[in-house]
Ligand binder design. Sequence first.
Ligand code: ADP
Length: 489
Amino acid sequence: MTAKILIIDDEQVIRDGCVRVLKKEGLDVISAPNGEEGLKLMEQEPANVVLVDLMMPGIDGFETLARIREKWPECYVIIITGFATVEKAVQAMKNGAFDFLAKPFEPDYLRIVIRRALDKISLEAETARLREEREMGLRTIMTEQSRLRTIINCMESAVLVVDKDLTVLLHNPTLLRRLEIQTDPMVGKPLPDSVLNQDLCDMVRDVTSQGKTISREFPENTIGKCFFRAHCAPVRGKDDEILGSVTVFEDLSALKKVDELKSDFVAMVSHELRAPLASVEQIAYVLRDGLAGNIDEKGKHLVGRILVRTKELLDLVKNLLDLSRIEMGVQIQNMESVDIKGLVEEVVDMLQPQVQSRNQSIQHACAGELPEFLADRDNMQGVFKNIIGNAVKYTPEGGRIDIRTSCDANFLCVEVEDSGMGIPHEDLPRIFDKFYRVKGKTRGITGSGLGLSVTKSIIEAHRGEILVQSEEKKGTTFKVLLPLPVQAN
Ligand code: ADP
């Protein structure tokens, strides 16, 4: 925007001279021969800078200055004064004039004085803009803070924010209620002053010192009456340094209750199904073996189908029972010394009929002698039956299965590698979920999607780990790591 300049002077030569010089500067310049005319022009459209002659007939320069200052305080007034009346100019400056020009003046001097006024105007405009921006920023921050606080305060989950020294910075009312914290106020005090559970304090300390996110479950009556899952994540600053952490506590009590009910129900139904199914299997054997009278080939074939289907159902029932027992925490009961290599060989022998009928080859290589491992034998057999059975099931005819057993100072390791269909990358994280089966690929291959979930639970109940690597159409390797007891030196 071009600045507007008004020149009020009764001397036409001065007026015209000023207009000419300033127009050349690209400014929008108007003029008036006296105070009244000048004020009228100001009413029509106020100028940014007004040059006023002090000595004029009618309303003099002082009066004009006073009226302009009163009505347009943001306007800059520059006084034009006669050479001998500098004291008056000083007086005008005291009354609010921005500067003065003593007559006669050089065009350059006029330019300098005007430029100074215009610079001051743009500087003030810039300052006002910055002030406005800053105020808007502050208003936005305050709105955000208030919004965040409202959200946190309304949350059903408990929220805790600490700095890197574990001093509490923020929490919601739910935290005090659900974790039954008595310290009031909690903010500004070290976390261990209010939270007496050592594991929780250690978890928050680990997150703030190591910068990793941790999720941990706290059963009933450890940090409150309910069963909580605490998710703790680090908060990072500009240069990625850790400033503190945020912990959110989720109440899982209701879910746990439903889960228990479900496990009880599944256990009950599976148990009730097992007995009649076992009878059906027995009767089918009696029929197949001709113990209830001769049957022809077609009958034998159909009874054979009944046996296959009944076995699948019995396997499913067994998996469901295992799973509900593991979920109830009663599965790993009969611990004994187990020869893992021998166990794997037993399973390989058991699966020979399927391997042969599918023209597959199966090899078992054992690197050296393996120590015995303290485990629930039946469960461990179930683990290898499932992993090696899957390798046979999901590898096409003529494929190859390699089993390697080995051990080091810390672990017994069993690897089962197959040359089968492989598992798509996106399915890998879910194959240990209950009832999960890879879509499309498993069509025509029977299974419940429970085997790996049971397998993982059993291995974890033995403090072990199961890992999987797979490439579609190339094959899959499952690796079971079982921890050996620490040897005393
Ligand atoms: P299922 O009864 O379906 O075999 P599991 O829990 O044992 O159930 O396995 C889950 C899914 O993981 C299977 O349905 C299959 O899609 C995939 N899977 C498991 N083992 C293999 C393997 N060796 N090769 C390819 N896919 C496999």
